[in-house]
Design a protein around this ligand. Structure first.
Ligand code: UDP
Length: 456
């Protein structure tokens, strides 16, 4: 092994094999390469089967793979608990072996949140460690305060209480992330987040997939509270920022009809609807969205995903609106959001979708379901003012009338004008943050300078 100062500084990125983790860290890696660092990305061998090719390197980033102890074809998505268990057992040993046998010495390790054991490996090999936080900075603050028991949160005896945390507005219980509520049933996520926030003292820098102008109060509050929390985003696909390069690591199953169809629509006329990659809508929700769309008579592009190996049933209520819009099973979302025909985005408020919407300047109709989505929806409506939220019924669903009302509120009238203006201002701020001398660009430079200084 040669010293890192003899060559250019070499940084190791480590992530689990999930698209929502790999894509942002890969984009961070590209930024680091553009600032002169050498970057190696290490992930589970199982990632290889989903990659568009099996490259040794993408965009200047060298790829390494380590075993998580499971066969390549094991369905990790369907058995998350078992995957996380074996990964935390085999990951540290296999990652350590990879680092020790690597021809060049690393100057720093950066990991995504759900592999908290990487901090222990970094300490074992005496390397400084950074974490790329891939959700909003707001969520980092909420989890930090919750898992370190710094504030009171809703309990079984007081399930509806509101919470006021430093740098954040008051959150009602139904605006908090589902994992901090007494009703949470996803114990494996709860336990991994607990480990993440109990291991944070081993992490020197937190790099956030956000930007200062988007979450200023909470970012300032975190830094004043002793965290080194530097936003370096938005880490969105290059195409969304008007660059030609295709920086997606994964094969896509995009429906090319979307762009052809959008080309035929009037500017800002289309309602785009998508609930991300993990949620499946019930028949009742599909029926109510269809009724709402029908009542507006506006064109729509709707991604309806079904569980693996299942087809969308032939619902009569969808037949009634088939002339009004286009239903697909997958869309090239970033291209869709950049298309001038799109007027608003009815979204589950996953963080990637929201950042993409912010960068494209598209107003949002928030329909959050779980995890960080209820909190992200609050940012959309009450903090950024770039959208409205669908009101839920007492059974947690929503009516067709409510869908129609929200679409009209965002697409026409006085409130819509204010929302559109705010969305365009955020769009400009997002681009400025990434430009030379912008807030995120400065944070990346600062991080690179510190890492390089460890080698000299
Ligand atoms: N996505 C896409 N086409 C689709 C649906 C989703 O390209 O039809 C992409 C979307 O652009 C985003 C990601 O999938 O980058 C979804 O991530 P998000 O954090 O919004 O939601 P999740 O799937 O994690 O709930």
């Amino acid at each position: 092994m040669s010293s890192c100062c003899e060559q250019n500084t070499n940084v190791l990125l480590v992530t689990l094999s999930a698209q929502g983790h790999l894509n942002p860290i890969l984009r961070l890696g590209k930024s680091l390469v553009s600032k002169g660092l050498h970057v190696t990305l290490a992930t589970n061998s199982s990632t290889l089967k989903n990659m568009s090719s099996a490259p040794n390197s993408t965009g200047g980033i060298h790829h390494e793979f380590f075993s998580d102890g499971l066969p390549i074809d094991y369905n990790r998505k369907a058995n998350m608990d078992h995957y996380m268990d074996t990964l935390s057992k085999f990951g540290p040993v296999n990652l350590l072996a990879l680092i020790q046998s690597h021809p060049s010495k690393f100057a720093c390790i950066i990991h995504t949140p759900f592999v908290p054991w990487v901090s222990d490996v970094a300490a074992d090999v005496n390397l400084p460690n950074a974490m790329l936080w891939i959700q909003p900075s707001t969520l980092y603050q909420i989890y930090h305060r919750f898992y370190n028991r710094l504030d009171d949160f809703p309990t079984e005896s007081n399930p509806d209480m509101s919470v006021k945390l430093p740098g954040l507005p008051v959150f009602h219980a139904d605006e908090l992330p589902s994992f901090v509520l007494p009703s949470n049933t996803f114990r494996s996520f709860d336990s991994i987040l607990k480990q993440v926030f109990h291991n944070m003292h081993k992490v020197k820098w937190v790099l956030g997939n956000s930007f200062m102008e988007l979450e200023k109060d909470v970012i300032v509050s975190l830094n004043n509270g002793g965290h080194v929390f530097w936003p370096v985003g938005p880490l969105v696909p290059a195409t969304l920022l008007g660059k030609e390069e295709d920086d997606d690591l994964f094969k896509s199953n995009e429906d090319s009809n979307c762009m052809e169809w959008l080309n035929k629509q009037k500017p800002s006329s289309v309602v785009y609807i998508s609930f991300g990659t993990l949620l499946f809508l019930s028949e009742k929700d599909i029926k109510n969205i269809a009724a709402g769309l029908k009542s507006t008579n506006r064109p729509f592009l709707w991604v309806i995903r079904m569980p693996e190996n299942k087809e969308l049933p032939e619902y009569g209520f969808l037949d009634e609106i088939k002339e009004q819009g286009l239903i697909v099973s997958w869309s090239p979302q970033t291209q869709v959001l950049s298309h001038p025909a799109v007027g608003c985005f009815l979204s589950h408020c996953g963080w990637n979708s929201l950042l993409e919407s912010v960068v494209a300047g598209v107003p949002v109709i928030a329909c959050p379901q779980w995890t960080d989505q209820p909190t992200n929806a609050k940012l959309v409506t009450d903090v950024w003012g770039v959208g409205v939220k669908l009101k839920k019924d007492s059974d947690g669903g929503f009516s067709g009338d409510e869908v129609g009302r929200c679409v009209e509120e965002v697409m026409s009238g006085l409130k819509s004008e204010v929302i559109r203006k705010n969305a365009l201002e955020l769009k400009a701020a997002a681009r400025e943050a990434l430009m030379n001398g912008g807030s995120s660009d400065n944070n990346i430079r600062m991080f690179v300078d510190e890492v390089v200084s460890f080698c000299s």
